[in-house]
Design a protein around this ligand. Sequence first.
Ligand SMILES: Cc1cn([C@H]2C[C@H](O)[C@@H](COP(=O)(O)OP(=O)(O)O[C@H]3O[C@@H](C)C(=O)[C@@H](O)[C@H]3O)O2)c(=O)[nH]c1=O
Length: 186
Amino acid sequence: MFTRLAINDVILVEPPRFGDHRGFFQETFHADRYAEGGIEGPFVQDNHSLSREVGVLRGLHFQIDPSPQGKLVRCTAGRILDVAVDIRKGSPTFGQHVKAELSAENGHQLWVPVGFAHAFVTLEADTEVQYKVTGYYDPAADRGLAWDDPDLGIDWGLGDRDPVLSEKDTKHPRLADLPDYFSYQG
Ligand SMILES: Cc1cn([C@H]2C[C@H](O)[C@@H](COP(=O)(O)OP(=O)(O)O[C@H]3O[C@@H](C)C(=O)[C@@H](O)[C@H]3O)O2)c(=O)[nH]c1=O
């Protein structure tokens, strides 16, 4: 159920679903079991966003001290490509990223720890994303990283099409210009 990805602090969660003639039942969070799986709360805020179009790209986002956030992300309508970029100074995988496809259909979740920039792009219209976070929203601590920084080399699967972005997400710095916000703990 918990799979560490190529950057092994990022964890893909595949919670079991119990299907019957009515539909399915699934536990989407269980404090003890998730802690055993390597996902450390406590979570203090739940978020929910709707993106109308295919190709809406939100990110790359993170919060710095004193309000860093680990994020447990899932998709409850439609489908996303979810991306986590390691921005921990001194990390052997600094600047590298991992991706996972999360959908209402597969019910998978991605654990994005503190020290990672996070973003997703929608692969279907009317996509809803819900995520738990370990720190409160703090606009003063809110930071971003350029989604199209060539040093990151992220293939968003957009082909020739331009993503739909917020104004804020057109202005983030590149990795090379980011201060050392996080250090690798080993
Ligand atoms: C993130 C957030 C935003 N807001 C407000 C601020 C603004 O008016 C409006 C939209 O905010 P944003 O444009 O930052 O929303 P969005 O671009 O969806 O930001 C989110 O992107 C994904 C990828 C993440 O990882 C999240 O942590 C968060 O940064 O919602 C809150 O009130 N609480 C929150 O926790």
